[in-house]
Write a new protein. Structure first.
Ligand code: KIV
Length: 288
């Protein structure tokens, strides 16, 4: 079994960057709330992403597109309150960084100032490199994200693997270089053939974090709710379920309903005993 971190030494940006050389794999998982963040952090994950996947997983939307800055800041702040060790990355939602670099810097700053995040993530390659540069110049660490970029999945022709043909593989490599040159400290590669992801990992000087991008990346990220079997609506091919918690939770809730219906809950163990004499006296005083 994988050992969990017991040192509690906070993960720093330079620690993440140094893993490229040391070869020690980086782990990242999502969290959207305080309780989950506490568990994920205690287990020893290196980075926690407050992903805009919260749009689907937590808010019940069909995509990440409707997620707002206010949604992201609210959840990022809750996650940050639960984290002592991991580096917390806030995901910039659709249209919070595309309109202008100025607006992007302002919104990135809100993740740091208002939610206490350590870094932000945004989607895009060459098209967004100037914006990444501006945010980094403002002193805010940026994680890039290329390949399948869910915020613009419609423009990419749907939720499908990117970089399968030569033109799109070339574009991915140019995108990865542009993001690295713009000053990002790491790069998410989503739904990219493993050969292309490995080549990008060797080609650029910053760590790559794969999701559906094979084992050749410098690190791996998954949506925690997928890993725990808590989001049964859709399970992508790249997800490995390390637990199947949905039936466990449903069974517990069914038992609660059953026990309350039968008057079995709460029993003595979950009640504060006494008060009968006092209640009797008060009711007598008020008159029946
Ligand atoms: O929003 C998210 O959860 C993500 C990961 C899938 C990388 O962007």
């Amino acid at each position: 079994m994988q050992k969990t971190d017991k040192t509690r030494t906070p993960v720093t940006l330079s620690n993440i960057k140094s893993r490229k050389k040391s070869g020690e794999r980086i782990t990242m998982l999502t969290a959207y709330d305080y309780s989950t963040a506490v568990l994920v952090d205690r287990a020893g994950v290196d980075m926690i992403l407050v992903g805009d996947s919260l749009g689907m997983v937590i808010l019940g939307y069909d995509s990440t597109v409707p997620v707002t800055m206010e949604d992201m800041l609210h959840h990022s702040a809750a996650v940050r309150r639960g984290v002592n060790r991991a580096l917390v990355v806030g995901d910039m939602p659709f249209m919070s960084y595309q309109v202008s670099p100025e607006e992007a810097v302002r919104n990135a700053g809100r993740f740091i100032k208002e939610a206490g995040c350590h870094a932000v993530k945004l989607e895009g390659g060459m098209n967004i490199a100037k914006t990444i540069e501006r945010i980094v110049r403002a002193g805010i660490p940026v994680m890039g994200h290329i390949g399948l970029t869910p915020q613009t999945a419609t423009a990419l022709g749907g939720f499908k693997v990117q970089g399968r043909d030569e033109e799109s593989a070339r574009r991915l490599i140019r995108d990865a270089r542009a993001v690295a040159e713009a000053g990002a400290f790491s790069l998410v590669l989503e739904c990219v053939p493993s050969g292309i992801a490995s080549a990008i990992t060797e080609d650029i000087p910053i760590p790559t974090i794969g999701i559906g991008a094979g084992a050749g990346c410098d690190g791996q990220v998954l949506v925690t709710n997928d890993l725990l079997g808590l989001f049964p609506k859709f399970v992508p091919k790249f997800v490995k379920k390390y637990a199947d918690l949905a039936p466990v939770i449903q069974e517990a809730i069914t038992r609660f309903i059953d026990e309350v219906s039968k008057g079995e809950f709460p029993g003595d163990a979950h009640s504060f005993k006494g008060g009968e004499d006092l209640a009797e006296k008060i009711i007598r005083d008020y008159g029946r």
